[in-house]
Design a binder for this molecule. Structure first.
Ligand SMILES: Nc1ncnc2c1ncn2[C@@H]1O[C@H](COP(=O)(O)OP(=O)(O)OP(=O)(O)O)[C@@H](O)[C@H]1O
Length: 828
């Protein structure tokens, strides 16, 4: 089916206005250059689209490297090695005379696009780039995007044509568009949309309106054998129709419940936004042509293989759901409530999903606290078929149900929760089930009612599958989910499409391409998420801690030393004090559960970790939210995601998971939804405390990479003015610091030998970790307890009893007395 041109009028509108503004900018840009419809490039006739070709040549064309310019490079000289010995010398790309007025430059080898964010055309160019390319980095002045086959497929799927993309990129580009990029765009997009994967009667079919394409697939050595013999069918399908737009400017194609006094027809036409892509679709979709479609069946087990292979041979398989023509599955009574207004970026993201009037599967990326839940609910209200929502925990499953009831008019009986405790089915023909990933993927024998519920889920077709927090779920879990549950469309939601293990690419074919990624800075400028001041506080190690840090080879002890560095604890105390006085509510994060407990107790604050019981968690969180005297709570990594504490306005991180960019972003997310974010001059604060000259510094820089790409800048604070003079500063004598050091060493050793009740929380003592022989340098004096070093038995049982006995010593007596006192204070 040919892509529809008008569907992309939002983007094209932006491009047009870009042309207009370019024409009005001073400088040598001529109207013909920037504003002319008489394009030099980009008319379909001039794009060198391949004619007939075999599968192998399609495979060869897949990589951008295939399109490299064959331009002769300049002579190799002494500086050449800095430019890949001439390979990265792009001086052959001639700048246009008016290049200063054009905002982008494109790397002909890697498809990277650099945008000058200070250009007068930046806004218009950004609107376009977000549609055709993937944002990589968006700090203040220069943005970086990447043209990929996936991003180009996404652009085509909202109705742009290769010629539009080429022409517009060329207009914005400082140099003539490299021929490698032109060919890459033309060829990557030429086969898009020719092959589809559809579900009919709970069976998967590969479908195309071009019989020759199907023949090619059937001849392919991987796809051919997957066909279920004797299942070929030919049907007719009607062309795209517009998604119903009730006329509200914020609808994004969503049917909203109308207030009773206002019928849909009452809405004056001027309220409809002309630049709304969905609106354009509605105008466009009167031509309702039918066409013949040919299909063959593939077994469930072959779906992923076929999807992967199709991607490799450049016939990307499209998962689209023509929900309005689905008469087989019952319609669900669901609309947004009349007072529900979705925000512009939520609308934009949904217009990418429903850009051509059908539901495309894919992933929407919005910052934490930007309202992914409402985006999911709006998608369900658009499709209006059975919907299954998968969450990461039982708590968030219940939250999702509540949000559905809050924002939509769904009948409470039509939305049920399937968790270990609750296994209700909806009563009507269709409905919504909210469940968790483990509930549907758990292997082994299930309880009777759980099995019955699973049979219910697997025996029917679902219109939409909403996948919350897609970034945390391993690919094999998705495989299980999709093989168990048949859904016509899938929408993944996340704030951080990041994995340190590079597995994120798997989501491309398991769910679909990234449909939309919002700009964090833009949303915070608009007040949808809080503005945050980020700072990295460098805490020097005390001499005795640093000596031990340098001496030991034990990674666990090293980590405990830089985390428990007394100067860091003092900085934490000082910052808590400072922000409590300002009226902030503070969350202190520590991945290391040992440090979490010790520091919380030392500072007399409450903490929550994996081992904290549910009732106690609720009690602590409620106190944090509603008790004006409880202003600080310590959280282990269980608080990283899905915790809604809009009261929190300040974060202090004392230990974290190595270089995890995702965790850093998720933690920052806990304050992005701060209630007070729209107060005049309000700022939230995010402090990361790191021990100077230790490996923690290296990890810290890595962790910040994602946020820096989103435009956040981290101030480095080397000294907290006034800290030394603070009254009641902990560990403020050499004796106390030495005692703390002893305790850290003893506890590290003791804990190594014991089963850790917080193993799920604690990265350094994860269960199953092998112990090796450890040899450390030391003196006899140290061994005998001189110089504040403690004697440590290496046998497990001895360690336990040593610790027990140690409780009787003066040091431990005092220590445990302090803990008890702090605990009592925290509970008051
Ligand atoms: N269009 C809207 N109008 C009013 N409030 C909204 C809108 N969209 C979202 N919100 C509110 O913003 C807050 C954050 O929403 P939500 O919990 O869905 O964020 P999230 O993106 O899922 O965050 P996280 O990634 O941290 O889970 C909620 O209180 C929600 O009610």
């Amino acid at each position: 089916m040919p892509p529809k041109r008008k569907a992309a009028s939002a983007v094209q509108g932006a491009v047009k206005s870009g042309r207009a503004s370019a024409a009005s900018t001073p400088g040598p840009a001529t109207p013909r250059d920037l504003d002319s419809d008489d394009d030099d490039f980009g008319s379909p006739g001039q794009v060198d689209l391949p004619a007939e070709e075999d599968i192998q040549s399609a495979v060869d064309r897949f990589s951008l490297a295939h399109y490299q310019d064959q331009t002769v490079r300049g002579p190799v000289d002494a500086a050449s090695r800095h430019f890949g010995n001439g390979r990265r010398d792009f001086s052959y790309l001639n700048l246009k005379p008016d290049h200063k007025d054009r905002p982008i430059w494109i790397d002909p080898q890697r498809g990277r696009i650099i945008l000058e964010n200070f250009s007068a055309l930046a806004e218009t160019a950004k609107d376009f780039l977000i549609t055709v390319a993937e944002p990589l980095s968006r700090p203040t002045f220069l943005h970086e995007y990447s043209l990929t086959t996936h991003s180009l497929y996404a652009a085509i799927s909202v109705g742009l044509q290769a010629s539009d993309i080429i022409a517009t990129l060329d207009r914005f580009s400082k140099t003539e568009l490299p021929s490698s990029i032109r060919a890459f765009i033309a060829n990557s997009t030429s086969a898009y949309g020719k092959v589809k994967l559809v579900i009919k009667n709970t069976k998967y079919y590969v479908e195309s309106s071009d019989p020759e394409v199907l023949q090619k697939l059937l001849k392919d050595p991987v796809i051919g054998p997957c066909r279920v013999q004797g299942t070929d069918i030919t049907t007719t399908t009607s062309n795209m129709q517009s998604v119903v737009i009730p006329g509200t400017s914020n609808a994004a194609g969503v049917q909203q419940v109308k207030p009773s006094d206002k019928s849909q027809e009452d809405v004056p036409p001027e309220q409809a936004q002309p630049e709304n892509a969905m609106q354009a679709l509605r105008e466009d979709d009167d031509d309702d042509n039918s066409e013949a479609v040919h299909a063959f069946e593939i077994p469930d087990s072959a779906v992923e293989t076929v999807q992967k292979r199709c991607l490799t041979i450049q016939f990307p398989i499209l998962e689209e759901y023509d929900f309005r023509n689905d008469d087989r599955n019952a319609n669900l009574e669901i609309d947004l409530k009349p007072n529900t207004q979705i925000r512009s970026y939520q609308e934009k993201s949904l217009s990418k999903m429903f850009g051509n009037g059908r539901a495309k599967s894919g992933i929407i990326v919005l910052p934490c606290g930007a309202g992914k839940t409402l985006v999911g609910i709006t998608a369900a209200c658009t499709i209006k078929k059975g919907c299954i929502v998968l969450c990461t925990s039982t708590m968030s499953a219940h939250q999702w149900r509540q949000e559905f009831l809050k924002w939509s008019n769904i009948h409470p009986k039509d939305i049920t929760v399937f968790t270990a405790e609750k296994k209700d089915k909806f009563e009507g023909n269709t409905g919504i089930i909210v469940t968790t990933y483990p509930m549907v993927t758990q292997s082994g024998k299930r309880a009777y009612d759980s099995q019955k519920m699973m049979d219910f889920l697997t025996s029917r077709e679902w219109g939409l599958m909403l996948l919350d927090e897609v970034h945390v779920v391993p690919a094999n879990i998705f495989r299980k989910v999709s093989s168990h549950i048949k859904s016509h469309s899938k929408l993944g939601l996340t704030a951080t499409l990041l994995r340190e293990d590079d597995k994120i690419g798997d989501l491309n074919f398991l769910i679909g391409p990234k449909l939309y990624e919002a700009n964090w800075m833009e949303l915070s400028e608009q007040g949808h998420i809080a503005k945050v001041q980020c700072a990295e506080v460098w805490c020097p190690m005390t001499t005795e801690f640093y000596d031990e840090y340098l001496r030991t080879n034990d990674r666990g002890l090293k980590a405990n030393l830089y985390i428990m560095n007394p100067r860091k604890i003092q900085a934490c105390q000082f910052l808590i004090n400072y922000h409590e006085q300002r009226g902030d509510k503070i969350i202190v994060f520590s991945d290391n559960v040992y440090a979490l407990k010790e520091v919380a107790l030392a500072l007399g604050k409450a903490y929550i970790c994996g081992a904290t019981g549910n009732n106690e968690r609720i009690r602590i969180l409620e106190n944090f939210m509603y008790n004006p005297n409880i202003k600080t709570v310590f959280l282990s990594k269980i608080g990283d995601t899905s915790l809604d504490l809009p009261e929190a306005t300040c974060l202090i991180q004392i230990s974290s998971h190595y270089g995890s960019r995702r965790q850093e972003a998720q933690r920052l997310g806990r304050i992005l939804r701060a209630k007070r974010r729209n107060d005049e001059g309000f700022n939230a604060f995010f402090y990361s405390l790191v021990s100077k000259d230790t490996t923690e510094m290296y990890y810290s820089t890595k962790r910040q990479a994602f946020l820096v790409d989103q435009g956040y800048s981290f101030k480095v604070i080397t000294q907290l003015a006034g800290m030394e003079q603070m009254e009641g500063l902990v560990f403020n004598s050499a004796q106390l610091r030495r005692e703390l050091l002893q305790k850290v060493i003893v506890d590290t050793e003791a804990k190594r030998g014991m089963d850790d009740e917080d193993a799920t929380d604690d990265l350094f003592y994860a269960k199953g970790r092998k112990r090796g022989v450890r040899r450390t340098a030391g003196t006899l004096g140290e061994l005998s307890g001189g110089q504040d070093m403690a004697y440590i038995e290496q046998r497990k049982s001895a360690n336990k009893s040593l610790k027990k006995n140690n409780k009787q010593s003066d040091f431990f007596k005092k220590h445990y007395r302090d803990i008890a006192r702090n605990k009592a204070n925290a509970q008051q």
